[in-house]
Design a protein around this ligand. Structure first.
Ligand SMILES: *[C@@H]1O[C@H](CO)[C@@H](O)[C@H](O)[C@H]1NC(C)=O
Ligand SMILES: *[C@@H]1O[C@H](CO)[C@@H](O)[C@H](O)[C@H]1NC(C)=O
Ligand SMILES: *[C@@H]1O[C@H](CO)[C@@H](O)[C@H](O)[C@H]1NC(C)=O
Ligand SMILES: *[C@@H]1O[C@H](CO)[C@@H](O)[C@H](O)[C@H]1NC(C)=O
Length: 388
């Protein structure tokens, strides 16, 4: 190996891997051989350099036209299945929303996968920036590598600062401005979904905020999703000002008042429903134009659309517990003093619900809202109360 690499092209002699040394006059065949060797080496170096350039620039400069540089190498190789299903090396990319949604909506038309696909859960964090409860999540994820992926949407100018060993390291997707109750909130949720869908292994997609916590260990969460016949999108027909009262006649005929639904923003959908959400162009403009505050579009768009498209796939309830007992537009927040074992007991015992057409006691996998000051209490409670 070494001797071949160390050949100098204008040397009289060259050494083969076998160790034999040949003395040569420069015959046409020999010149041809040297020429071929030279060409292969130049191509090799060219490919390596351009791939490294792409890797480097892909991270440092997202606007670089990588396709132009990549072409010679791609044409060289014969595609394996692996090259289509391999997750992207980085969550960064140069696509705008239109390009991203279009790409993410690609879906196979054959139900069976021709390889051993291990389905993953995509945890999608919709945040302003920091993730103060990250240490709790780190503990939840530990030891479950290969069964989850993480995506974080922040305000566009926020730069996350996780260490290399963190599960959140370099999981921040290209993000844009989000305002509470506006359509750009749904845009961010679709952006999170679309980014997560670029990894073909992701099968279940969960939307979370920085104030959410997991109530059970990872294996419980995973099997709850895997064994469910339905996706956990909250969706109900609510009479009154906060429900049907937010319906606008401009939505007809695509959405009638009977089809109008409300549900929690914090959803879980499977890949089939995720494709419907990112591919939608019919309902999108109806909601963008006719559901503006006091119509909070993030509570209506996905529940209504999916109830029209695929009601038989919906559990119609959310997996995220929220304390609305105090009334008002915002739920209760728990902090240092009131994040207690009693609270966790209250959450897990408070309800019965339907799971695969049976009545069960395990209804919530996540809960909100928890303030940064709750972190210490949560870390102490986790081993007994949550099992991680
Ligand atoms: C990022 O984290 C490192 C160490 O974890 C710290 O030294 C640095 O100050 C942080 N930078 C910002 C902008 O928070
Ligand atoms: C997760 O929790 C369940 C239910 O509490 C328990 O049976 C299981 O052993 C736990 N799994 C791990 C890996 O801790
Ligand atoms: C959810 O609601 C839809 C109608 O809105 C219904 O068709 C579907 O059966 C419900 N799902 C479950 C699991 O009950
Ligand atoms: C919990 O305590 C915090 C202060 O740490 C307070 O702001 C909050 O309102 C309390 N929440 C509840 C539900 O009592």
């Amino acid at each position: 190996m070494h001797s071949v690499r160390s050949v100098s092209l204008d040397d009289e002699k060259y050494t083969l891997a076998s160790g034999k040394i040949y003395k040569n006059k420069p015959t046409p065949v020999r010149i041809l051989r040297i020429f071929i060797l030279f060409t292969v080496m130049v191509l090799g170096v060219y490919c390596t350099v351009s791939l490294n350039t792409i890797h480097y620039l892909g991270i440092k400069n997202m606007a670089f036209p990588t396709r132009l540089v990549l072409q010679p190498c791609i044409q060289e190789s014969r595609k394996s299945l692996q090259s289509w299903i391999k997750p992207p090396a980085s969550v960064l990319h140069t696509m705008n929303d239109a390009e991203l949604l279009w790409r993410a909506a690609f879906a196979p038309q054959i139900e069976r996968y021709p390889y051993n696909r291990v389905p993953k859960v995509a945890f999608m964090f919709l945040t302003r920036g920091p993730l103060p409860l990250a240490p709790l999540w780190e503990r939840f994820f530990a030891g479950n590598e290969g069964f989850y992926s993480i995506y974080v949407h922040t305000m566009p100018d926020y730069r996350a600062n996780f260490s290399r060993s963190s599960v959140f390291f370099e999981r921040q997707i290209p993000s844009q401005e989000v305002e509470w109750g506006e359509m750009n909130m749904c845009d961010a949720e679709r952006r999170l979904l679309a980014n997560a869908m670029l990894d073909f292994s992701n099968e279940w997609f969960i939307l979370l905020s920085e104030s959410c916590i997991p109530l059970h260990n990872f294996t419980t969460v995973y099997s709850y999703l895997e064994e469910s016949d339905f996706s956990f999108m909250g969706s109900f027909d609510a009479p009154g000002a906060d429900g049907r009262g937010r319906y606008n006649d401009g939505m007809a005929p695509e959405v009638t008042i009977e089809q109008w639904r409300k549900g929690s923003q914090w959803f879980e959908v499977n890949r089939e429903l995720a494709v419907m959400i990112v591919a939608d162009t019919i309902f999108y403009y109806k909601f963008k134009n006719f559901c503006k505050p006091d119509c909070y579009v993030d509570e209506h768009y996905f529940p209504t659309m999916l109830t029209i498209y695929a009601p038989e796939l919906l559990a119609n309830r959310s997996l995220t517990w929220t304390d609305w007992s105090r009334g008002g537009a915002h739920p209760a927040t728990y902090g240092e003093g009131n994040t207690t074992y009693e609270l966790i007991e209250e959450i897990s015992e408070s309800n019965l619900c339907t799971y695969n057409d049976e009545i069960v006691g395990l209804c919530y996998l996540f809960a909100r809202k928890f303030a940064p000051s709750a972190l210490e209490s949560l870390l102490k409670l986790a081993p007994i109360a949550f099992g991680y």
